[in-house]
Design a protein around this ligand. Structure first.
Ligand SMILES: Cc1cc2nc3c(=O)[nH]c(=O)nc-3n(C[C@H](O)[C@H](O)[C@H](O)COP(=O)(O)OP(=O)(O)OC[C@H]3O[C@@H](n4cnc5c(N)ncnc54)[C@H](O)[C@@H]3O)c2cc1C
Length: 379
């Protein structure tokens, strides 16, 4: 396991300041930062960000991307998340789908999807979880049957974030029965508006609409929308999950809350509040260094899956801890409709923070991955 300490270069620091200037101009002073789910879904913001070259940064220039390094992308994403910017529209496509297409997609798929993703015009959801398959993803039952020119898909996906707003999702499904559950799975790129596909909301605790159930009733997917190799879905989906872990989204979900706390109470800090903010900031800095080390090692061409799992584990537990500590030291009742930004963000955080350690793989599952990796028991 390698977490080699690394510093940002002067050029990387300059990039950070450019992003800060852009955000200062784009976001009004009373902007309410997004917490935890990658900010709000705002197509116009995504397009403006793309026009600056900050969507699809790490996509090669021949596909319309910025050809940037993982660390340059890290710097930009860190600023966007620290500001709670509304990046949900392009978030999954940029973070996860683009590198998966680069690794496994056909040339035709890359040429069609990647420039659209880099332009902030093509948005993806994730079609992995099912009613009986979350952590145990290999037990997915959504099935694709071969027909002339493509596949007919039947089954149900669940917890599909933003499926009601996005254009496509990559669906993990069973394309053949297999004795080994990890065989016979494939990934299909499915149009979220395809005939036979029904997207229904699953409302969040606070009434918000983020999740969906997606039901497939004989949905036709043409052969040219198979992502990668038929039957190689397990290998592909587990590689893809590495992009979902270790990034700044795993420790900055509540940064806006911390900032609002300091802004509103900073002048009247007692020792308890000062110590709480000091501890939270010191821990944040340490986790950030671990996450940055992962980005730097990706830049060198490594595949730090164990390190990524550990950063997600530590980072998301930290996020939940910040919510609890601030709730405690604030010492006030929480009113979701309260006057202050801190109060409103705290109410939102209290309701959404339990999910921080679930999305992208639960804490227990990540520890299992890390343990297997460290003891050499990983397949
Ligand atoms: C905010 C959010 C957004 C999400 N967005 C998406 C999305 O867009 N697309 C998508 O496909 N999914 C999405 N998910 C689903 C997410 O990936 C699953 O919730 C997650 O994988 C856990 O699966 P589960 O809910 O079925 O829990 P289960 O797998 O049923 O787990 C329940 C409990 O059992 C524990 N457990 C399970 N297996 C083991 C094991 N082998 N060893 C030890 N403990 C174990 C778990 O850690 C957990 O505590 C999202 C979830 C959240 C919270």
């Amino acid at each position: 396991m390698i977490f080699a300490p690394t510093e940002l270069t002067p050029a990387e620091e300059r990039l950070r300041h450019e992003v800060r200037e852009f955000l200062a101009a784009e976001l009004p002073p009373d902007f309410r930062p997004g917490l935890g789910l990658g900010g709000r879904h705002d197509p116009e913001f995504s397009r403006r960000l793309a026009a600056r070259g900050w969507v699809g940064m790490a996509i090669p220039t021949r596909y319309g991307g910025g050809g940037a390094t993982p660390v340059e992308r890290f710097v930009v994403v860190e600023e966007l998340l620290a500001a709670g910017a509304p990046i949900l529209a392009h978030w999954v496509a940029e973070r996860q789908t683009a590198p998966t297409l680069l690794a496994f997609g056909t040339q035709e798929q890359r040429e069609w999807f990647l420039p659209r993703i880099a332009a902030g015009e093509c948005w993806f959801s994730l079609g992995m979880s099912e009613p009986d398959a979350g952590s145990d993803l290999a037990s997915v039952r959504t099935a694709a049957t071969k027909v002339d020119g493509g596949w007919l898909v039947n089954g149900t996906k669940i917890w599909t974030s933003a499926a009601h707003l996005n254009h496509f999702f990559v669906v993990l499904c069973r394309t053949s029965p297999a004795e080994d559950r990890h065989q016979g799975l494939s990934q299909l790129i499915v149009d979220l508006h395809a005939p036979g596909l029904k997207v229904s909301p699953i409302h969040y605790l606070d009434g918000g609409h983020h999740f969906n159930e997606v039901v497939f009733d004989d949905v036709f997917v043409p052969d040219d929308r198979v992502l990668g190799e038929v039957g190689a879905g397990w290998h592909q989906v587990t590689s893809e999950l590495a992009y979902e872990r270790s990034g700044p989204d795993r420790y900055l979900s509540v940064f806006g809350l911390l900032k609002a706390f300091v802004a509103e109470f900073g002048d009247s800090f007692d020792d308890v509040r000062r110590a709480a903010v000091g501890r939270a900031s010191a821990k944040l800095w340490t986790i950030r260094q671990l996450s940055l080390a992962v980005a730097r090692s990706l830049e060198r061409g490594a595949a730090p899956a164990v390190e990524a799992a550990l950063v997600k584990d530590i980072g998301t537990l930290y996020e939940q801890e910040v919510v609890e500590v601030l709730r405690h030291v604030a010492g006030q009742e929480i009113d979701p409709g309260g006057a202050g930004m801190f109060e409103r963000l705290l109410a939102e955080a209290v309701q959404t923070a339990p999910a921080f350690t679930l999305r992208g793989g639960t804490t227990e599952v990540l520890r299992s991955i890390a343990a297997k990796g460290l003891t050499g028991a990983r397949r």
